[in-house]
Design a protein around this ligand. Structure first.
Ligand SMILES: NC(=O)c1ccc[n+]([C@@H]2O[C@H](COP(=O)([O-])OP(=O)(O)OC[C@H]3O[C@@H](n4cnc5c(N)ncnc54)[C@H](O)[C@@H]3O)[C@@H](O)[C@H]2O)c1
Length: 259
């Protein structure tokens, strides 16, 4: 297999200062891509970009159309093309449904769902010219209930948008896919770890493969879906979850014990 599946290609990744997005930036760059790292954390994105051979960091809040336009102009000026957009930035309210305030609900929808809508809409001419790819990082939360309602409905909506883009723009050569990870060890867990240092250990027992995910687990799937190897795959959501959604062994054990 070629080590440079993305030579010459320009990949734009949102939320690229941290966690999965930062790791994706490194992995795409390792395979020859030029990478635009967009993040509300401009200093973090800049630090990441400095580690890559040909990268651009832009401080962007993806809920702002004006900020997205400015970032896309910088990408066009620098490289004159855009092949892949990875919608990865997200926020996630932990407030229970009966107490979630409007501003948290609306922030999650604005960042997690409307951000990708605005970015893909603005980047569409470039992506169609490139016969390129949209990759949306969603979540198992968009497929079944694990709490975090504002986040989960956004991710479910983003899966619907993925299918819509695939069907509408497939005839022009654009592919759109999604990855739905379960628990991946990244800084998104920091607040919860502060409240309960054992939260990740407690989660491990739910995973048939006996471990939590790492950013590289998502990266393998992401690079595959955006590569020529996946040229007949579009509109799909690939679950990357260590078997979490395949079944519920603890429930099965309980039922068998009572049988
Ligand atoms: N880590 C997990 O367990 C997990 C599970 C399922 C899905 N995901 C998804 O993976 C993606 C990456 O998550 P992560 O775990 O790497 O999180 P993370 O918190 O490490 O990184 C998220 C990044 O998004 C940036 N960001 C937040 N709001 C933004 C905005 N308005 N505009 C631009 N950037 C913004 C943050 O600054 C941060 O750098 C998210 O879409 C998340 O929903 C993560």
């Amino acid at each position: 297999m070629s080590r440079e599946r993305f030579a010459e290609q320009v990949v734009l990744i949102t939320g690229a200062a941290s966690g999965i997005g930062a790791h994706l930036a490194e992995r795409f760059a390792t395979e020859g891509a030029r990478v635009a790292l967009l993040d509300v954390d401009e200093a973090g994105a800049t630090a990441m970009a400095q580690r890559l051979p040909d990268a651009l960091a832009v401080g962007v809040d993806v809920s702002s159309r004006a900020a997205i336009r400015e970032a896309l102009d910088l990408v066009r000026e620098r490289w004159g093309r855009l092949d892949i957009v990875v919608n990865n930035a997200a926020t996630c309210s932990d407030t229970p449904f009966d107490r979630i305030p409007d501003h948290e609900w609306e922030r999650d929808l604005a960042v997690d769902l409307s951000g990708p809508y605005r970015l893909v809409q603005e980047a569409l001419p470039d992506l169609l010219r490139a016969r390129g790819n949209v990759l949306n990082i969603v979540s198992v939360n968009g497929l079944t209930h694990f709490g975090n309602e504002s986040y989960s409905v956004s991710k479910a909506g983003l899966m619907a948008l993925t299918r819509s883009l695939a069907v509408t723009y497939g005839p022009q050569g654009l592919r759109a896919n999604a990855i739905a990870p379960a628990t991946i060890v990244t800084p998104i867990w920091d607040d919860r770890l502060e409240r309960d240092p054992h939260v990740l250990d407690a989660a491990t027992k739910w995973y048939p493969l006996g471990r939590l995910g790492q950013p590289d687990d998502v990266a393998h799937a992401a690079l595959f879906l955006c590569s020529a190897e996946a040229s007949w795959i579009t509109g799909t959501t690939l679950v990357v979850d260590g078997g979490l959604l395949a079944g519920n062994a603890l429930l099965a054990d309980d039922i068998m014990a009572q049988g």
